[in-house]
Design a binder for this molecule. Structure first.
Ligand SMILES: Cc1cc2nc3c(=O)[nH]c(=O)nc-3n(C[C@H](O)[C@H](O)[C@H](O)COP(=O)(O)OP(=O)(O)OC[C@H]3O[C@@H](n4cnc5c(N)ncnc54)[C@H](O)[C@@H]3O)c2cc1C
Length: 378
C-alpha cells in the first residue's frame, strides 16, 4: 500500500489502517486452520461487511461508501495478503451487488442493496454451468414466463458462496440461443426448488464453499429480473470488468505476501556459511519477483484509474487479469523454491499460496479467455 502514500487523504489513511489491523489480527491468525478444515469463516466475512468493506465502491444513496474503485482494490489487495479466501469472499459479494446497483429497479435496490452491502445478506453469482464454462453462450438453464413469474430449471456450477448465500444472481435463458437470449434474476436462497449440491473438493481456497446449485422449477417474480429481458449479457459484462480488477488485486496481494516471506527467509537461512540471500541465484530470483509485482501493481492501478474516470476498460482489465494472476502463479512458485524443502511443507504458508494462485488463473474467465479478449481488441 505504501506505493500510494503520497496521494492518500486522512480518511483513506484511516481506512487502510483499519484494514491492516483487521488483516493482521482477525484474518492472519485463522487462515491456515480454516483452510485446512475447509470451514467457511462466516462471522469474519460478515464482519468485513459490518466494517463497510463490501460497500466501498457503491453510491452513498444505496448505503454505499462512495469510494473510488482504486480505494476498494487497495483494500482487497491488503486482505488477500493475509487470507485469499476472505478477500475473494468480499470481492464476490461486491460483484454480486454490481448488477443490482447498476441495472436493478429502484424498488429492488432500496429493498436489498443496503443489507447486501452491509454483509447482512450474503450473495452469489451463478453464471457457469457443468457444460458452459468459458462458453457462456452454451448456457442451458432456462427461465419460462408464467403469469407474473418466471420458472427457472437447470443446474449452475462452481457457485462460490453456495449454501451460505442468502440471494443468488442467476443467469438463464429467456430467449433464443446465444448470448442475446440470456436474462439475470436475483433469487432468494430459501425459494422452493433451489438446492445446493455437494461441495467441490478443491486444491486451494477450501474455506470458500463452491458447489453446483440445482434449480427445479424455481418460481421468481418478474420484479426480480435485473436489467432487461434477454439483455442479461450486459449485466454480466459489467460484472466481468469489475471482476477482473478484483481478481488482479487479489493476485498482487498474494504475490506480495509470498515475496515478503521469501525475502525474510532468505535473510535468515544460512548455507555454506552465508545467508542464502547473498547468493546471486537467490537474490536475482527475488529481484525478478519484486519487479513483476511492481509491474502488476502499476498496471492494476492504472486500469483502476481509467475505471474511476468512467472510461471503457474491458480489454485493459483483461490484460491486467492475465498479467497479475500469471505473476502471482510465478512468484508463489518461486517463493517455494527460495524456501527449499521447508517451502514444500504445510508448516509454512507458501505452499498454500502457490495452490491458491492457481485459482486466480482460472476464475473470472481463464487466462486463455483473457488472451482471446485482448486479441479481439487489437
Ligand atoms: C473455485 C472456483 C470458484 C468459481 N466461482 C464461480 C462463481 O462464483 N460463479 C460462476 O459462475 N463461476 C465460478 N467459477 C467458474 C469459473 O468461472 C470457470 O471454471 C471458468 O470460467 C472456466 O470454465 P470451465 O471450468 O468450464 O473450463 P472450460 O471452459 O471447459 O475450459 C477448459 C480449458 O480450455 C480452455 N479454453 C476454453 N475455451 C477456450 C478458447 N476459446 N481458447 C483457448 N482456450 C480455451 C480454458 O482456458 C481451460 O484451460 C469458479 C471456478 C472455480 C474453480
Amino acid at each position: 500500500m505504501n506505493a500510494h502514500s503520497s496521494v492518500e487523504s486522512a480518511e483513506h489513511r484511516e481506512l487502510f489502517a483499519l484494514v491492516d489491523e483487521l488483516a493482521r489480527e482477525e484474518l492472519e491468525p485463522r487462515a491456515a486452520e480454516y483452510e485446512e478444515a475447509g470451514r467457511f469463516p462466516e462471522t469474519l466475512v460478515r464482519l468485513m461487511g459490518k466494517q463497510g468493506l463490501m460497500s466501498l465502491p457503491f453510491p452513498e444513496q444505496w448505503g454505499g461508501g462512495g469510494q473510488s474503485y482504486t480505494v476498494y482494490l487497495r483494500v482487497i489487495e491488503r486482505l488477500a495478503g493475509s487470507w485469499l479466501a476472505v478477500a475473494e469472499s468480499v470481492h464476490l459479494q461486491v460483484l454480486a451487488c454490481q448488477g443490482l446497483a447498476r441495472f436493478g429497479s429502484d424498488e429492488l435496490r432500496g429493498h436489498l442493496l443496503p443489507r447486501m452491502l452491509g454483509g447482512e445478506l450474503l450473495a452469489a453469482n451463478c453464471m457457469s454451468e457443468p457444460d458452459a464454462g468459458s462458453d457462456l453462450a452454451a448456457m442451458s438453464t432456462r427461465a419460462m414466463a408464467e403469469d407474473g413469474h418466471y420458472v427457472i430449471s437447470g443446474t449452475k456450477a462452481w457457485v462460490s458462496h453456495a449454501g451460505v448465500a442468502d440471494v443468488y444472481n442467476v443467469y438463464c435463458r429467456t430467449g433464443g440461443s446465444g448470448l442475446g437470449g440470456l436474462s439475470c434474476f436475483l433469487v432468494d436462497a430459501d425459494t422452493e426448488g433451489l438446492r445446493p449440491l455437494t461441495h467441490e473438493r478443491k486444491m486451494g481456497v477450501r474455506s470458500l464453499p463452491t458447489a453446483q446449485i440445482a434449480f427445479d422449477g424455481v418460481r421468481v417474480p418478474d420484479e426480480r429480473m435485473i436489467g432487461r429481458r434477454n439483455r442479461g449479457m450486459l449485466v454480466a459484462a459489467h460484472v466481468f470488468d469489475h471482476g477482473r480488477l478484483g481478481v488482479s488485486a487479489c493476485a498482487v496481494g498474494l504475490a506480495q505476501a509470498a515475496l515478503d516471506h521469501a525475502v525474510a527467509y532468505a535473510k535468515e537461512r544460512t548455507q555454506f556459511g552465508s545467508p542464502i540471500i547473498s547468493f546471486q541465484g537467490i537474490s536475482f530470483l527475488l529481484a525478478e519477483m519484486a519487479t513483476r509485482i511492481a509491474a502488476a501493481r502499476a498496471l492494476l492501478y492504472s486500469v483502476a484509474a481509467l475505471k474511476d474516470q468512467g472510461r471503457p476498460i474491458s480489454a485493459e482489465a483483461a490484460k491486467c487479469k492475465l498479467f497479475a494472476t500469471d505473476t502471482a502463479m510465478r512468484v508463489t512458485t518461486d517463493a517455494v523454491q527460495v524456501l527449499g524443502g521447508y517451502g514444500y511443507t504445510q508448516d509454512l504458508p507458501v505452499e498454500r499460496w502457490m495452490r491458491e494462485a492457481k485459482l486466480l488463473q482460472i476464475l473470472e474467465g481463464t487466462n486463455q479467455i483473457q488472451r482471446v479478449a485482448i486479441a479481439q481488441s487489437l
